[in-house]
Ligand binder design. Sequence first.
Ligand code: FAD
Length: 368
Amino acid sequence: MSPEPVDVAVIGAGQAGLSAAYHLRRRGFVPHGTGTEGEPTFVVLDAETGPGGAWQHRWPTLRMGTVNGIHELPGYPVPPADPQAPSREVLPEYFADYESRYELAVRRPVRVRAVRREGDDPHGRLIVDTDAADGTHAWAARYVINATGTWRKPFWPTYPGQATFAGRQLHVHDYRSAEEFRGRRVVIVGAGVSAIQLLDEISQVTRTFWVSRAEPPWDATAFDTAARVQAIAGVEERVRQGLPPGSVVSVTGAHWSPWAQAAQDRGALVWHPMFTGIEAAGVRMPDGTVEPADVILWATGFRADIAHLAPLGLRTPAGGVRVRDTRAVDEPRLFLIGYGPSQSTVGANRAGRDAVRAIVRERAAATA
Ligand code: FAD
């Protein structure tokens, strides 16, 4: 079967993908298979079985009161929520409402296997190959907006002796609750908000030991605007050069929220420099001592989930993709949003809007 033509294919229906779909709707695009002849079309393909993007997989104890500040999707506020309610329940419901309110017609579960060029014509279409069971296995899109997030790509650094560790190692991706560590000695690795939140939780039931390469900078308030702008600009420059992006949320540091202050007052936030190696019974510290450990919890972030873009050959020797203002420098029909500087809820919103603006502007110029 030949690929189904569509003007814009959006891959992923998390915050970034839904923002793009919302702006496409506002600019007169209609979901593929609806509308009338001649109207520009889009399709949103999402690998999940239900709405919510990565929020549906976050650990159950990540509550609305402990997330780092969720920016609503464009045009529709997050309804007031109990601070104790799990974000993995509240936000997927909100996303579901949003999709039906704006009639975004997300197709799921549909995983994109590959995005490739059709021939050598730089003005031709990009082919989006999927595993869809509904008959449309491939799309031929004028533009692709990639919004596939990072959740399926947890990042584990490697350290000497890691394979010899006799205890359990896990990444925050697989964390469920502090209770499973009761009575065990837990080393928590990382300097981002997740590391600090889990340190707070786990230290309430058992002994913890916190390490990272550098101590996170602490701000007095939730949003130190100057630091945030600087962090985003730094990541923006990295992706322009084709370097791997790094995390915006982790560079912006931590702030003294009431729970963090309480953890500090309990003496739970004692920072130590990164260990130099791992042994069967613990971790080797820079001063040569061994800190005993039964569990190592890696809160070391995530990487962009973009393996399906490999056929486009965009990866630089440095391991990133060159992106300027959401657009792939080496493939102008492709936009990457929720990538690099837009890896936050507010960044994802803006990136969705900016990608759609660029597409609309280019289409208008082509027909002028
Ligand atoms: P996602 O929500 O991950 O959505 C991507 C979607 O794409 C998913 O539905 C996925 O299934 C789909 N997909 C992936 N690959 C494919 C494929 N090949 N084919 C089809 N579909 C595919 N940011 C904040 O601003 N505030 C916070 O409090 C906050 N807390 C966070 C807590 C944690 C633990 C983490 C890890 C991140 C947090 N962030 C926070 C960052 C924030 O979650 C993200 O920036 C934003 O929600 C990500 O949205 P997204 O659309 O880019 O990705």
